[in-house]
Design a protein around this ligand. Structure first.
Ligand code: HPA
Length: 234
């Protein structure tokens, strides 16, 4: 048991999928895992453990943004011995050729957040994915012919920006950042600090440059592709 998780130690798997929306975690547990049991209801931040292909897997809701996600990931790593964590989420693409429904494997995560700055006394730490998880995910995408991009994402503290996002994020876009989301940089720094494997697998829900949005049907197919990819990778 930890402050935000009422599970017993043995109720949580070493391999955990992280979903921002707790109802999404519930949906995954019911539709993609066998014999899934709910282990956490504290703050309605649902967590489930079941099996996939005979292996024990957990799926945990985390809420949105780095502080919320970090609380759940920290406790899973430090109180439950999770050693492999894959975030599954959505992002807004910054590049015209990274289209809606495409998958982004976040090799690195830059950030406009100050979360790491006190730790590194104002200097920059590179938040990077576990290479072997990344490689496995890439191999799966290739094998299945899933359109994907691999690279640097921006983990932002803002969902809404005062200016048009393409203006606001101009420099990041010029430096080749593929997309914006709100959790990956903190997940990768936790991975580095506590020596566990982390990866973010994102689907593009909107393209901020072209204005393209995913339709409900698009979202469903993209979600299913991402889920199969995440489960095969973990
Ligand atoms: N900004 C931040 N996070 C996101 C976005 C966005 O535009 N789209 C999906 N996740």
């Amino acid at each position: 048991m930890s402050i935000h998780n009422e599970a017993k130690q043995e109720d949580v798997a070493e391999k955990v999928l992280l979903a921002g929306d707790p109802l999404r975690a519930q949906y995954i547990a019911k539709n993609y895992l066998k014999n899934a049991v709910c282990y956490n209801r504290v703050r309605n931040m649902l967590g489930y453990t079941g099996t996939y292909d005979g292996k024990k897997i957990s799926v945990q809701g985390t809420g949105m943004g780095m502080p919320s996600m970090s609380i759940y990931a920290y406790e899973l790593i430090n109180f439950y011995k999770a050693n492999s964590l894959i975030r599954i989420g959505t992002c807004g693409s910054f590049q015209a050729d990274v289209k809606v429904k495409n998958i982004i494997l976040a090799m690195g995560a830059s950030t406009d957040s100050a979360m790491n700055r006190p730790i590194f006394q104002g200097a920059d730490f590179s938040n990077i994915a576990d290479y072997y998880l990344l490689r496995k995910a890439e191999e799966y995408c290739r094998k299945k012919g899933l359109p994907h991009a691999i690279g640097n994402v921006l983990t932002s503290d803002h969902f809404y920006t005062e200016e048009n996002p393409v203006e606001y994020y101009k420099k990041w876009i010029e430096y080749g950042i593929k997309a914006v989301e709100m959790e990956t940089a903190a997940l990768y720094s936790l991975g580095a600090r506590y020596e566990v494997d982390t990866l973010s697998i994102l689907t593009v829900s909107d393209n901020l440059v072209t204005g393209e949005h995913a339709s409900p049907e698009d979202r469903e197919t993209a979600f299913d592709n991402m889920m199969n990819l995440a489960l095969e990778t973990i």
